[in-house]
Design a protein around this ligand. Structure first.
Ligand SMILES: [Zn+2]
Length: 501
């Protein structure tokens, strides 16, 4: 056995850049349907020298001796190195679970279909009874993977505890994010309660509209994907107009996507292309991919603008920043501010009137539909965060259970959840907390833009200039630093409550 190769932080960063570039480009090719098989394992095998316990120790020594930005850069490199070890050690177990789920089949109305197809079909089945039935079958089959999901989660948790030296999952996540998750939870629970009175009539009106008045008073979560697509509005928001309208929307804000060659647009329709829009920042700011595949409906427009926010952020970062501050972040809370603020344009009634020739009343109603979606998703994520905090605080004693999952989420949004969906519905690393911080911050940023630029900020190039200044900072600042810069306390939820009320 040879001694592990230990690099200087700068050499590690440079080789990491090549590794992440190759993995990103491989992932992109498969995702957009250019390649039929994924060769990530071969890339991981070529770079095994990059991730070792010795390398972590060397980065930690350098980090302990550094201060300020240099310390932060070393922290991010070390934590990426830890993540690389975990990813490599769990790759086989993760692939096995993924492949088993890909191979799983169910039968619905005499038709045999993959589990993933059934999940996608739930978004487009027009019959309430069919969605109930398929949701039930899909939920049963999905739950058969729970033992494997839990085993993978426990293995990942064990490794993360060992490599970081922090055995408590909540404390570890708080260290990473640099915040108190309990304080965040308290602020969010209060914000959620503050919109209760506005939420209830909004929920009743749109549940009736989207599910029919004969719906169950407490419908199952099988209807979630169907409602998210806002299907009754589909005729107005056509698939064909999604790209031109979104490009024009960004143009009004001062961003000409077509003239930014570093943001590579992939808007084509290919049979194997994933329908989920995404951004792959392979090497920001030089290589950033914006990938969408329009399906029809307002959701296409929201997804395009959301992803454009990420693309403009990564594609707009200052090339003079170190690679770490262009690409690596402690969490996702910063970049999600910029996706949310672009997506928020679809909540402006005037945007609907202007682009789709709607009457003022109709435009108002369609904009209200997006507020309904926003309030619903926000409350769902508050429920998710509360459940996850309970899950991880009990974890040392019970090893992870569904206790509280269905009740917490059900009460938050007024849908019936299957208790055994608790693992399929959980993202790692308290991602829910990152989304929720972005919700708070993007509402603050919107209020700031209204104050600085005016109510029409969303079609004013001055707002674009302010955003451009924030994008230039890359991944370096925390979302809490952005709050300070625009004059808000990090947990000030007043602008968000105002938006969702
Ligand atoms: Zn996003």
């Amino acid at each position: 056995m040879t001694a592990a190769l230990v690099r200087t932080p700068t050499d590690f960063e440079e080789r990491l850049r090549h590794y992440l570039f190759e993995r990103s480009e491989e992932g992109r090719a498969v995702r957009v349907g250019e390649k039929e098989t994924s060769d990530q394992a071969a890339i991981v095998a070529r770079y095994t020298d990059l991730f070792s316990r010795e390398q972590i120790a060397a980065l930690r020594t350098a980090e302990d001796a550094a201060s300020g930005d240099a310390k932060e850069r070393l922290y991010r490199l070390r934590s990426t190195c830890e993540g690389g070890i975990i990813a490599a050690e769990l790759a086989a177990q993760g692939d096995a679970l993924e492949n088993a789920q890909l191979a799983a089949r169910l039968s619905f109305k005499g038709e045999e279909m993959p589990l993933r197809t059934a999940q996608a079909k739930l978004a487009v089945l027009p019959s309430y009874a069919d969605r109930e039935q398929l949701g039930e079958i899909q939920g049963e089959l999905s739950a058969t993977f729970n033992a494997d999901r839990l085993a993978l989660l426990r293995a990942g948790e064990g490794l993360a505890a060992e490599l970081s030296g922090q055995p408590d999952a909540i404390a570890r996540s708080e260290e990473e994010k640099g915040i108190s998750l309990r304080d965040l939870e308290a602020a969010l629970v209060a914000a959620s309660a503050a919109i209760d009175a506005a939420w209830e009539p909004l929920r009743t009106r749109w549940f009736d509209r989207l599910l029919g008045a004969e719906r169950d008073p407490l419908p199952t979560s099988s209807h979630s994907a169907w409602m998210r697509r806002l299907s009754p509005l589909e005729a107005t928001y056509t698939k064909e107009r999604a790209t031109p309208v979104c490009m024009e929307t960004l143009q009004a804000l001062g961003f000409d996507l077509a003239a930014q060659p570093n943001i590579r647009l992939d808007l084509d329709d290919r049979p194997q292309k994933s329908p989920r829009a995404c951004v792959i920042a392979s090497d920001p700011p030089d290589v950033v991919h914006l990938i969408t595949r329009a399906q029809g409906g307002l959701h296409d427009y929201q997804a395009f603008l959301h992803e454009a926010g990420h693309a403009l952020h990564y594609g707009g970062c200052d090339p003079a920043l170190s690679y770490t501050f262009r690409k690596l972040s402690r969490d996702h809370a910063l970049t999600e501010i910029y996706s949310y603020i672009c997506e928020a344009i679809t909540r402006e009634p005037e945007w609907h009137r202007h682009h789709f020739g709607l009457s003022a009343v109709q435009a108002q109603e369609n904009a209200e539909a997006t507020t309904f979606l926003e309030a619903w998703l926000f409350r769902r994520y508050v429920g998710k965060l509360r459940y996850e905090l309970g899950f991880w605080s009990r974890y040392p004693q019970d090893g992870g259970t569904s206790e509280g999952y269905a009740d917490t989420l059900g009460q938050a949004v007024g849908l019936r959840y299957r208790p055994d969906a608790y693992l399929a519905d959980m993202d790692s690393g308290f991602y829910s907390a990152d989304y929720l911080r972005a919700w708070i911050r993007s509402a603050q940023l919107r209020q700031y833009l209204v104050r600085e630029v005016g109510e029409d900020w969303w079609r004013n190039a001055k707002a674009g200039d302010i955003l451009r200044g924030l994008f230039a900072e890359g991944t370096k600042p925390s979302t809490e630093e952005i709050a300070a810069r625009i004059g808000y306390a990090p947990l000030d939820t007043a602008p968000l409550v105002a938006e969702l009320s």
